[in-house]
Design a protein around this ligand. Structure first.
Ligand SMILES: Cc1ncc(C[n+]2csc(CCOP(=O)(O)OP(=O)(O)O)c2C)c(N)n1
Ligand SMILES: [Mg+2]
Length: 246
């Protein structure tokens, strides 16, 4: 299979803004699926609501655009009804760890066989750039004009609090790593969560003074480094994989 087979070309161009990070994650997911050679009829993609959630409509496989926050339980239902399917959840930080946070806790705890790709742009992008549970402390958003007063949710901590776990952090600058961890997440039997550090130029970056998506992308280049191996938790600014399989 070619990566092009996983994309609904008749729906291009996407609704994503020029310079948006989501397209990179979407394309790297298609590359990873092609690399695995998975037939489209053995795949399902589920998204929630948000800019990232629009991805469900662009993959050339069966997909569900679920209600806000409910991508994980819908995906679990599909997986239980047809365990032979590879079920991928592709959605935003607000959707998966904000409104959908409770589902994340329990699907992770029960190690449900899903690959979850979380576009972490640190805000509610689609609705204008409101502060999310992932907004870095001190960061200015539409609803925190003086900077967020709160520490962001520790997604890695939540996932790795389960005895059996698989967590990866990736970024839209480090695309080879991004593609590799998406591939591993899809292959892993059990709950695999990929946090992709992404950016939103129009509803977040402009407010912070960035002139372009490219300028914002360079902050990922300087702000994150790849950590080899899977021992111990990832520090702030580290990309890599943390797993425990027994
Ligand atoms: C029940 C419900 N509450 C609120 C909304 C409004 N809403 C639509 S998208 C969204 C946030 C999406 O944020 P995120 O998941 O981070 O996706 P992004 O747009 O940043 O990719 C919200 C709050 C909604 N559609 N449904
Ligand atoms: Mg978001």
């Amino acid at each position: 299979m070619d990566y092009k087979d996983y994309i609904k070309w008749e729906r291009m161009p996407t609704t994503w803004c020029p310079g948006c990070a989501i397209g990179t994650i979407f394309k790297q997911t298609a590359f990873a699926l092609a690399d695995l050679g998975l037939p489209a009829e053995e795949l399902t993609v589920v998204s929630g609501i948000g800019c990232s959630g629009r991805a469900a409509g662009y993959f050339n496989v069966d997909s569900v655009h679920a209600t806000h926050g409910r991508a994980i339980p819908v995906a679990e239902g599909i997986k239980r009804a047809n365990p032979r399917l590879k079920v991928i959840v592709f959605s935003g930080d607000g959707d998966l760890v904000g409104i959908g946070g409770n589902h994340l806790l329990h699907a992770g705890r029960r190690d449900i066989d899903l690959a979850v790709i979380c576009v972490n742009n640190g805000i509610y992008g689609m609705t204008g750039g409101q502060m999310a549970p992932t907004t870095p402390a001190g960061e200015k958003t539409l609803t925190s004009p003086h900077g967020s007063a709160y520490a962001p949710l520790n997604i890695q901590g939540i996932i790795t609090s389960n005895r059996r776990h698989w967590f990866a952090r990736a970024s839209t600058f480090h695309v080879a790593h991004l593609q590799r961890v998406i591939r591993e997440a899809v292959e892993r039997p059990g709950f695999a969560f990929v946090e992709v550090m992404a950016f939103c130029i129009e509803n977040f970056g402009r407010r912070l003074g960035f002139k372009s998506g490219h300028e914002m992308l360079t902050t990922l280049k300087t702000g994150y480094k790849l950590r080899p191996g899977t021992e111990g938790l990832l520090g702030d600014g580290e990309l890599g994989v943390v797993k425990h399989d027994s």
